[in-house]
Design a protein around this ligand. Structure first.
Ligand code: SF4
Length: 222
């Protein structure tokens, strides 16, 4: 648990214990999204907005056979692409994003997914979360920590950052989490948020990081 006032040094030590416990529980922490190259992961992450990873995987199983290169997304009509990704929801916006993103990949990056967060975030519809996720998981390049809704929730309950935007929470985490762990840490926190520290009913009684979490002390947790 966390004392009422906590120095930055004490918080850093608490985070070290949390990382160790998460390592035991999620040694590999793979992403649930299926992909076999950086373009596929980029597309899968774009499709995963407001959609479950299971549904995205169902759709991409056939999608990735038809669309192998960025050019393939540009060859088809907007309506055809919408049809191919329809089950993931928000398919009009997603089809627009995919086309705009692939157009820039072709016109600016020689058809390749770029390998830096600065270049990745130039792609239409790609923010730091998507960029960090793709760079870390497809290339093994640690240039950011993906802060999605699960990571934000778990970080907030753990009181590891008081910041209110994903970008600022990411800055705090990048300061405290060792760089070589950035991708693993993000993936592990996503898994933990999905399966244990869930939005409505966190399963604190079976949580491996409960000893370092102030949240169970709150009266409204059960
Ligand atoms: S103890 Fe509860 S609130 Fe804290 S991280 Fe674990 S599940 Fe989440």
């Amino acid at each position: 648990m966390k004392p009422k006032t906590e120095s930055l040094e004490a918080r850093r030590r608490r985070l070290e214990s949390i990382i160790q416990a998460l390592k035991q529980k999620y040694p590999d922490a793979p992403l649930a999204l299926r992909f076999s190259n950086p373009l596929e992961l980029l597309v899968a992450v774009i499709l995963s907005a407001q959609c479950t990873d299971e549904r995205v995987n169902q759709v991409t199983q056939t999608l990735f056979r038809k669309y192998r290169r960025p050019e393939d997304y540009l060859k088809v009509s907007q309506a055809e692409l919408e049809d191919d990704i329809r089950p993931t929801g928000y398919y009009r916006n997603k089809a627009r994003s995919l086309k705009a993103c692939c157009r820039m990949l072709v016109e600016t990056f020689q058809g390749e997914v770029p390998r830096s967060i600065e270049e990745m975030t130039r792609l239409p519809g790609v923010g730091r979360k998507t960029a960090a996720m793709v760079l870390g998981n497809a290339f093994g390049i640690q240039q950011g920590i993906a802060v999605d809704t699960h990571v934000r929730r778990v970080v907030e309950r753990l009181q590891l950052s008081e910041k209110k935007t994903p970008e600022k929470v990411e800055q705090d985490l990048m300061e405290w989490v060792p760089r070589q762990e950035w991708t693993w840490f993000s993936n592990a926190m996503i898994l933990h948020g999905r399966h244990v520290c869930t939005a409505r009913h966190p399963r604190c009684h079976e949580c491996v990081i409960a000893p370092w979490c102030p949240y169970p002390e709150k009266p409204d947790t059960n």
